[in-house]
Design a protein around this ligand. Structure first.
Ligand SMILES: NC(=O)C1=CN([C@@H]2O[C@H](COP(=O)(O)OP(=O)(O)OC[C@H]3O[C@@H](n4cnc5c(N)ncnc54)[C@H](OP(=O)(O)O)[C@@H]3O)[C@@H](O)[C@H]2O)[C@@H](O)CC1
Ligand SMILES: Nc1ncnc2c1ncn2[C@@H]1O[C@H](COP(=O)(O)OP(=O)(O)O)[C@@H](O)[C@H]1O
Ligand SMILES: [K+]
Length: 502
């Protein structure tokens, strides 16, 4: 499990160490970690550090100091380096060390921004030390003019590797929101602990890969703001059938999905649930959808009954339900049943407040916007996308349900906390029907959950595990070309086989 902390909490944890005079030592530890990561990247990209070209973007604070000290170490290994100062005063000792190793220095102005961008683009590595946890708002001029710099991962052809020092400059270390211009990185080397701003919203997209350098803060940190499940955590959440099990004891999942208008969503949710592994799927829906389900999945047991007459351990309701009134009623009944229930897509419009954490809402940003607006907290999609962490927390607190907000980094908030973030996905998953398969995966995890409620955040953990399995399946599928939702179940089976063998 990876634990992330708001920038403000990390600064508070640093304070006793700073008061004890350990500031310079902490900075040297941070700079050494940054240098090691940057040197590793240079070695992977060009085989050696000697002869490489680096640019350090250095702002007024300690973030600039870290980056300048790291670049000094690269200078000592034969890299040529230019420091571009984005503020009048930068960390004087670090700048002196950089100059002492033969680094060149220039000051950024609006007039020379074009030249500096060209210098960055022709270099091997750019170290972003403009702003760290002390940043307020987006990048200001003239540094804002550097926000157009694209890191290598977003550009085919020649581009520098961009390494962010502690966090991408211009991103809120607490929320991941981008109040204005910000820089994107290939790799973020963060100090003390990952910041929550690296795991949500624009911050998660801007960070690229995340590497954490231990500078000895862990004993000073309290409750994390965001957690991220790793492979071992997910493997521990999966229920494997025991020798004495039968199909009913393994867990039966009820799926109320699809409509005459959108039958395919029901097939995708059912296929993903079966691939994740359940004792049985009981499918409820109109006759043409049932026929299609049975053609694709003969093992699904189909009926047109109501939720109250259907004995299951968990529900999925909503994918492809469209305006079908019977499916809408089934979603309402599933939410009221007290059983774990995934409420997706069109069924999210039937959500009221006073739900329990066993109800898991799975909106994308547009659906979350509509949900919050229906609950009297009017917002718009741009605001949700700019700061998804605050919005997903608000939705969980308002409804009492667990809320999974889909995106590049999928966030899951339990009412009152905790929050999980999973970012194993690929943008190739942004394809119609892919969300329906996520519902099926999560439904299967809920139906087969042998651990039961198990304390606050239990359902959020299962939802985070489902998002991770979905993301990994998407990434695996994308290795063979563009992702088709109907091919995800095969990839889900491979991902799960990997977890179960480990
Ligand atoms: N403390 C420790 O123990 C350790 C800390 N470490 C490192 O220190 C970093 C935090 O350092 P920091 O506190 O100096 O803040 P930092 O983000 O570098 O810059 C603040 C300066 O920027 C300015 N500024 C603010 N917003 C701005 C904007 N939008 N656009 C332009 N300027 C803006 C602001 O000026 P002001 O806004 O107040 O006028 C102020 O001058 C942390 O991320 C980590 O890298 C490591 O070495 C490990 C040990
Ligand atoms: N840019 C992206 N990068 C990674 N995953 C994404 C991206 N955009 C969307 N996804 C994922 O794709 C899925 C899309 O779900 P959704 O919009 O509900 O699709 P549908 O309703 O068509 O099934 C979600 O799991 C989401 O997290
Ligand atoms: K930075």
């Amino acid at each position: 499990m990876i634990s992330a902390y708001p920038g403000t909490a990390v600064r508070a944890a640093e304070q006793p160490l700073l008061d004890a005079g350990a500031g310079p030592e902490l900075m040297q530890k941070a700079a050494y970690g940054l240098y090691r990561a940057a040197a590793g990247l240079l070695l992977r990209r060009r085989g050696r550090i000697y002869g490489s070209k680096t640019v350090v973007l250095a702002g007024a604070g300690n973030n600039g100091g870290d980056a300048l000290y790291a670049a000094s170490r690269l200078l000592a290994r034969g890299s040529s380096s230019t420091a571009v100062l984005t503020a009048e005063d930068v960390h004087s000792a670090a700048l002196a060390a950089f100059r002492g190793r033969g680094g060149k220095v220039l000051t950024l102005t609006e007039e020379n921004t074009g030249t500096v961008l060209a210098l960055c683009r022709s270099s091997d590595l750019v170290l972003d030390g403009i702003l760290g946890t002390g940043g307020k708002g987006g990048l200001r001029a003239p540094a804002a003019g550097l926000a157009v710099l694209e890191p290598a991962r977003l550009r085919r052809g020649q581009a520098p590797a961009v390494v962010a020092c502690d966090l991408p400059s211009g991103i809120s270390a607490d929320t991941g929101a981008a109040p204005g211009a910000f820089l994107r990185a290939d790799l973020t080397v963060t100090f003390g602990a990952p910041k929550t701003g690296l795991m949500a919203g624009p911050g998660a997209e801007a960070a690229g890969q995340i590497e954490c350098v231990d500078i000895g803060l862990s004993t000073h940190l309290e409750a994390p703001g965001i957690q991220r499940l790793e492979a071992a955590d997910i493997a521990g959440l999966l229920t494997v059938p025991a020798p004495g099990d039968h199909k009913y004891s393994r867990g039966v999942l009820g799926i109320a999905a699809g409509s005459a208008a959108y039958p395919g969503a029901a097939v995708l949710a059912t296929g993903a649930a079966l691939a994740t592994g359940v004792g049985m799927v009981r499918f409820l829906g109109p006759e043409p959808v049932r026929r299609l389900i049975n053609l694709q999945h003969p093992e699904a047991v189909c009926a047109e009954s109501a939720v109250a007459q259907t004995h299951v351990q968990a529900w999925v309701a909503g994918p492809g339900a469209g305006q079908d009134e019977d499916q809408r009623q089934r979603a309402v009944d599933a939410m009221a049943s007290g059983l774990p229930a995934v409420i997706d897509a069109d069924a999210i419009s039937a959500v009221v407040s006073s739900l329990g954490p066993q109800v898991i809402l799975t909106p994308h940003a547009g659906e979350l916007t509509a949900l919050l607006t229906n609950l009297g907290k009017s917002t718009d999609r741009a605001a949700v996308e700019a700061d998804p962490l605050s919005h997903v927390r608000r939705a969980a607190d308002l409804t009492g349900a667990t809320v999974l907000l889909k995106g590049w980094a999928t966030l899951v908030a339990a009412p009152g906390g905790p929050v999980y973030s999973q970012a194993e996905a690929t943008p190739w998953l942004a394809t119609a029907g892919s969300g329906d398969t996520l519902s099926g995966i999560l439904g299967a995890l809920l139906a087969t959950d042998s651990a039961g409620p198990g304390g606050p955040g239990h359902y959020a953990r299962l939802a985070a595990a489902a998002a991770s399995i979905h993301g990994r399946a998407g990434a695996l599928s994308a290795l063979e070309g563009p992702v088709e939702a109907s091919r995800l179940p095969a990839a889900i089976r491979r991902v799960l086989a990997g977890f179960l063998q480990s």
